[in-house]
Design a protein around this ligand. Sequence first.
Ligand SMILES: Cc1cc2nc3c(=O)[nH]c(=O)nc-3n(C[C@H](O)[C@H](O)[C@H](O)COP(=O)(O)OP(=O)(O)OC[C@H]3O[C@@H](n4cnc5c(N)ncnc54)[C@H](O)[C@@H]3O)c2cc1C
Length: 410
Amino acid sequence: MISDLVIIGGGASGFMGAITAVGSGLRSVVILESTSKVLEKVRISGGGRCNLTNSCCEISNLVNNYPRGEKQLISLFNRFSTTEAFDWFQKKGVNLKIEKDGRVFPCSDSSDEVIKCLTSVAKKSGVKVFTNSHVKHVSLTKEGFDVLVKGNIHLEAKNILICTGGHPSGRRLAKSLGHSIIQPVPSLFSFTTYENSLKSCSGITLDVQIKLTVDKKKYSETGSILITHRGFSGPAILRLSAFSARNLHANKYIGELIINWLCMSEKEVRSEIDLYKLENGKKFLLNNKPFNQLPRSLWNALLKSEKIDSKLKWADLSKKDKESLVKCLIMKSYSIKNRGPFGEEFVSAGGISLKEINFKTMESKICKGLFFAGEVIDIDGITGGFNFQHCWTSGWVAGNAVVLKNNNSN
Ligand SMILES: Cc1cc2nc3c(=O)[nH]c(=O)nc-3n(C[C@H](O)[C@H](O)[C@H](O)COP(=O)(O)OP(=O)(O)OC[C@H]3O[C@@H](n4cnc5c(N)ncnc54)[C@H](O)[C@@H]3O)c2cc1C
């Protein structure tokens, strides 16, 4: 029997595609999953809590969270965005909460609840899910596609939806059907600097506005950071790594990170220092600082890095030392020596070229009946639930488009 739709990959986008397609009237939908368990990434996501979307609902702001795919996502989000995803899960019985920073989680703080929701809705609607079913090859037939599954099993399909995430096999299948692939590179990683001068600050989270730039100021981000024993991590660093992922990869993860520790202008910093010096001349530089937002250990480490004697009294701070302090506070340079470990989340930047996909339907422009959704395409977001949102959106659009195509051909 020929299936209306065979979905390759049982992850977030595959399940959303399948549930949407059957929900809109498609009869025979099959999910083929390589491993023994579906939705494994959902399970480990968000530290086991699954940050499944974000409360950001203004589309023009929402798309700014995607280093790749920003333009294409506008039309997709106009159809199924964060609000729709939120409602979708709530209607299916997953109560959601919005955290202070906008991230959305199940109230139960358990990714298992999301998995149970997706698997039970799929089962109830009649989606057939086969695990341990690695798709090795897809070829074109008169009616659609022949799908070769591990164990020499052949399935016939009118339409195919490739949802294989960052796994190379999905990209290989797409390539064999005529698609070009943008080389995948890692995104969302920390920076390794092995900076000796900040060793004493390792483990400090700076939950204030810090301005970061890399690659001769080409990429810039503002936000909180974490000083680690290897270098830097935290939300602003991860965002910066995502936007500069390709450049850093091309430069073998060697670069220069410039930090404005205060997110202030040179003039503002100089005048705050002058005022503090005037009012606190008798105090030692050690531990005494004009900027409350800087932890003492960082302040002392920065003085040391500039070879400024912290036992000096503020009144005795020379003009030269004052200038090097100003420069160090607003444009301290650190050498990036490598890509650090990934944080809670990891995605690949790259995948199926966006030029070859029709973003009204998620159908291939090269091969009729072939659809894509999720991380397999060259779209990725920063941390905050944006990657799953893209999966829900592209899966939903693809699922509906297959139904429409099927109805039109009947
Ligand atoms: C540790 C971690 C935490 C994360 N946390 C979050 C988070 O909290 N919020 C967020 O938005 N994003 C998060 N992400 C990113 C998010 O998990 C991915 O963006 C998302 O899972 C991609 O979904 P997908 O459906 O495209 O692919 P996947 O979820 O990767 O699913 C693809 C599936 O296809 C299967 N497959 C591959 N090749 C074949 C084949 N040839 N035949 C059959 N099956 C195949 C794979 O086994 C896999 O099950 C996290 C990622 C990681 C690694």
